[in-house]
Design a binder for this molecule. Structure first.
Ligand SMILES: *Cc1c(COP(=O)(O)O)cnc(C)c1O
Length: 387
């Protein structure tokens, strides 16, 4: 079983739905499905803005966000609280944008007051966009997107606010319109329970207006070319990814049937179980949380520090002897941290199985543990069941 922060487990229903014969792409079921999906994706990001489906992984949607809104030499401010905002910034830089990266202290979300100060200092309004991630999948920090937006408004700054929700969409609350996000980016293989290969970009009216001045146009990724109300072919700028579209249909149906609020709640309950386990295991020079502030811990992934315990050996034992694939620690010493992904198609038996397996591996390595994480996780789930 994979317990990595993406690609996550793909439900049988999604896999089965993807098993499709090829068909006409200009009219008929595939065309109808495509239009439907574009509409419904806006509901998922909670926006009345426009949704674009990209054939490509999350990096492709990153590229789409940049090249539609920015010009060569424009300044963007990247708020880094792990590794992923920085990689997005690198891509923007390669495309010709002038990138400034500012980092939060290791293990902390980005401080909105610092953002406000940075924007106030930008008196001639040279910064054209602020880029950040909602959940950083390396550090497992969750940035307070609503508060960061408030900081931009309090500074009276006109920069576009672009947010990567690749690891959080379909896992925890994200309100594109209410929180004032101008461009949102996501991908198929995390909370959306699909194989990798699709990504998504949502743009509000301010972002769409920026297209008029942007000169990093690529042809392929351009929003205007993809908004022809007649030509379904142009939604994808070419042949639609037929199997992925049927898979997305099934995934969105599953989310709708459960209810988005219930999906968020389930993720919180399962994340609480993981956190209860880490808390119970923790010792001064052993297991611990990478993210100190519990309010900033993501509901879709947890980065666990291991002190003197060899995290690579722990992952090896889990993988080779127990069939459980844990996430490699990234953005730090990977012998001293690992990650548990708890996003997407998961329920209590899966998460309790993961936690108990990690515990068995730790015990087999004679790691010193505070107390049983499996028992603590079960108690945490029990409280949720009793609610
Ligand atoms: C996984 C992930 C990415 C990268 O997505 P790809 O599909 O591999 O391009 C970017 N940002 C975040 C927050 C992620 O979790």
């Amino acid at each position: 079983m994979v317990a990595i922060p993406g690609p996550s487990i793909v439900p049988d229903r999604v896999l089965a739905a993807m098993h499709q014969p090829m068909s006409d792409i200009y009219a008929g079921p595939v065309a109808d499905l495509s239009w439907q999906l574009v509409d419904e994706l806006s509901l998922l990001a909670r926006t009345s803005g426009h949704a674009y489906i990209v054939m490509g992984n999350g990096h492709a949607a990153w590229q789409m966000a940049i090249c539609n809104t920015m010009s060569r030499g424009d300044r963007v401010l990247v708020l880094e609280s792990g590794v992923f905002a920085g990689i997005w910034g690198e891509m923007a830089k390669t495309s010709g944008v002038d990138v400034e990266v500012v980092r939060s202290p290791d293990g902390h979300p980005f401080d909105p007051d610092e953002l406000e100060m940075l924007l106030r200092a930008d008196r001639d309004r040279a910064i054209k966009a602020v880029l950040t991630v909602h959940t950083d999948t390396a550090s497992s920090v969750r940035n307070d997107i609503e508060a960061l937006r408030r900081a931009i408004d309090d500074a009276g700054h006109p920069a576009l606010f672009m947010v990567d929700c690749i690891a959080s969409l379909g896992c925890e609350r994200f309100e594109m319109d209410e929180w004032g996000v101008d461009v949102t980016v996501a991908a198929s293989q995390k909370g959306l329970m699909m194989p990798p290969g699709l990504s998504f970009c949502w743009a509000n009216a301010r972002a769409l207006a920026a297209v008029e001045h942007a000169d990093l146009t690529t042809g392929y990724f351009d929003w205007p070319a993809r908004t022809d109300p007649e030509a379904v072919y142009m939604l994808f700028h070419g042949t639609p990814p037929i199997p992925h579209l049927y898979g997305l249909r099934a995934a969105l149906d599953m989310i709708a049937e459960e209810g988005l609020d219930n999906v968020w709640h389930r993720h919180e309950v399962l994340a609480d179980a993981v956190r209860a386990a880490v808390e119970a295991w923790s010792t001064r020079d052993g297991i611990g949380f990478h993210i100190a502030d519990e309010r900033a811990r993501s509901h879709s992934v947890t980065t666990i520090t291991t002190g003197r315990i060899d995290a690579n050996e722990l992952r090896r034992v889990c993988e080779e002897q127990a069939g459980l694939t844990l996430g490699l620690g990234v953005g730090g010493d990977h012998a001293r941290r690992f990650r548990i992904g708890h996003m997407g198609h998961l329920n209590p038996p899966m998460i309790l199985g993961t936690i108990a397996t990690v515990e068995a591996a730790l015990v087999s390595m004679r790691a010193s543990l505070g107390s049983s994480g499996a028992a603590a996780a079960a108690a945490s789930i029990a409280r949720a069941l009793a609610d």
